[in-house]
Design a protein around this ligand. Structure first.
Ligand code: ADP
Length: 472
């Protein structure tokens, strides 16, 4: 048996703000039987009450932070066959949201140290500690520099889900949490601590969530200041594409849908008309509906959308946007929708249930990202028969193939340059295909619907890397 401990700050259904939550909720379940994969995460106040009922006390200990000791409760439960552990400290984690606090640096370096301390209280010695994003990047660093005696044979894997967020904090603010007497060069970034940098240097293997993003990160345009380090460690950096949990995202059984379906041919129109009624849009089966379900931030191409929104709305289409994020985009999209009540609806909310209804109802799913490490939304969209319109970057490039009307192959529309009018022309092409050649549109929907992003394949690739690391 190969023991793998996933360290993460999100795991669906306990906590999710984006793709990371989906990944940690799904990947541990996808391994073959030779892997015992467990997950350790913070015990957030926001974990749904129903799930909290199954979480039980296991132990407690104190985490040393300089000359201070902080309480740490260790809780556990089993969910769908996977053992979850939770790090409990009310001061740090009993809050209204997962992130966005002035002391996030302290909160997650505490978490990272607590994870390494917690292992002594488990009946489980990890062969691999698999860390995810900056919040857990201190784990490989501490493992290498401070926990080698306690865990002599444990290897670390660090996965970059998004290079934009690196965890950069003043040395003084988290030095105690990392037990540092000086600022080592592996962590130093313009005089501060960069946790992502420390993780990249210390991890035995660095992975990211698509082959294209793994290459892009070596380029200053995508590398967010760390491209030099990615080039330096490129012999132990790989890109492994994410999948989606096809049992959670299943239009056949999804209770959130107006009309569940196993064949998108007829039933998608029923879902579209039900959503039009629900959102107070004109009820028309013949109009193409374009959806966006996203964080409203620049990464997701919102500035392109903002640039040509009026041109988009000159076309005969309906646009449905569900998201939260930067106030500028929230306000703009609300205002535009107010001015085009027959064509556009903006819902500023994070609503899982509504998101499923929109995936199922829409004909197209717009994702013009500036960069996209992997992207799950385009995969979910295809699973619900909605055709992705994407920019060719990162995981979007690896999962969406442009439709060729001659060969009738391809599952989406794409454009290469990050340019508002290139996006607009692509949307026009999509709308034209929908209205002028319905037979081709039907084939495209089928192609998208039949594209599968199975976690089992990615899990096999991870397993091969784990085995290489521990010399098996
Ligand atoms: P990222 O992790 O960069 O936000 P991904 O495409 O990898 O982007 O994953 C986004 C996930 O979050 C998808 O499951 C998507 O459906 C979901 N999501 C994003 N915004 C919302 C929202 N406002 N309401 C419900 N679900 C959302």
């Amino acid at each position: 048996m190969l023991n793998v401990l996933f360290v993460a700050t999100e795991a669906y259904p306990f906590a999710k703000t984006g793709g990371l939550g989906d990944v940690i909720g799904a990947l541990p379940k996808a391994f073959p039987k030779v892997v015992d994969a467990r997950v350790i995460m913070p015990f957030y106040g926001t974990i749904p009450e129903k799930l909290k009922e199954s979480i039980k006390y296991l132990d407690h200990f104190y985490v040393q932070m300089g000359d201070k000791f902080d309480y740490c409760g260790l809780l556990t439960c089993t969910y769908e066959g996977i053992t979850f552990y939770f790090i409990d400290n009310e001061g740090f984690f009993k809050r209204a949201a997962l992130y966005g606090y002035f002391d996030d640096g302290e909160r997650f370096t505490f978490f990272s140290r607590a994870v390494l301390d917690a292992i002594a209280f488990l009946d489980f010695i990890p062969d691999i500690i698999h860390c995810n994003d900056w919040q857990t990047a201190a784990v490989p660093y501490l493992l290498t520099h401070q926990y080698r005696t306690a865990l002599p044979n444990t290897k670390s894997v660090f996965t970059i889900h998004n290079m934009k967020y690196q965890g950069i904090y003043a040395y003084e603010s988290i030095r105690n949490y990392l037990n540092l007497g000086f600022l080592p060069s592996d962590l130093e970034y313009y005089g501060q601590i960069n946790l992502m940098k420390g993780g990249l240097y210390a991890a035995d293997l660095v992975t990211t969530v698509s082959p294209t993003y793994a290459q892009e990160l070596k380029d200053p345009y995508y590398g967010e200041g760390l491209d030099g380090i990615v080039r330096e460690i490129s012999d132990r950096e790989v890109g492994i594409i994410n999948g989606i949990d096809e049992t959670i995202y299943d239009p056949k059984t999804d209770a959130a849908l107006f009309v569940p379906f196993s064949n998108p041919d007829k039933k998608k129109i029923e879902n579209k008309m039900a959503l039009q009624e629900y959102l107070d849009l004109p009820i028309r089966s013949d109009v193409p509906m374009i959806a966006m379900i996203t964080r409203l931030v620049e990464q997701k191409g919102l500035d392109l959308v903002a640039n040509v929104i009026h041109e988009i709305l000159q076309l005969d289409l309906q646009l449905v946007i569900l998201g939260t994020g930067d106030a500028t985009y929230e306000d703009l999209l609300k205002t535009v929708a107010y001015n085009y009540p027959d064509k556009m609806v903006t819902i500023i909310d994070f609503d899982e249930n509504l998101s499923r209804k929109i995936y199922a109802a829409s004909d197209f799913f717009l994702m013009p990202s500036k960069f996209e490490p992997c992207g799950l939304s385009q995969m979910i969209a295809m699973r619900y028969g909605s055709i992705p319109i994407v920019r060719e970057t990162g995981g979007l490039k690896d999962t969406v193939t442009s439709f060729n009307p001659e060969t009738k192959k391809g599952n989406g529309f794409s454009f290469a340059t990050y340019n508002a009018h290139d996006m607009l022309f692509t949307i026009q092409r999509a709308v034209n295909l929908y209205t002028e050649t319905p037979a081709l549109f039907k084939i495209m929907v089928k192609n998208a619907f039949n594209t599968h992003f199975d976690w089992k394949l990615s899990a096999k690739t991870y397993l091969a890397h784990y085995q290489k690391l521990i010399g098996k």
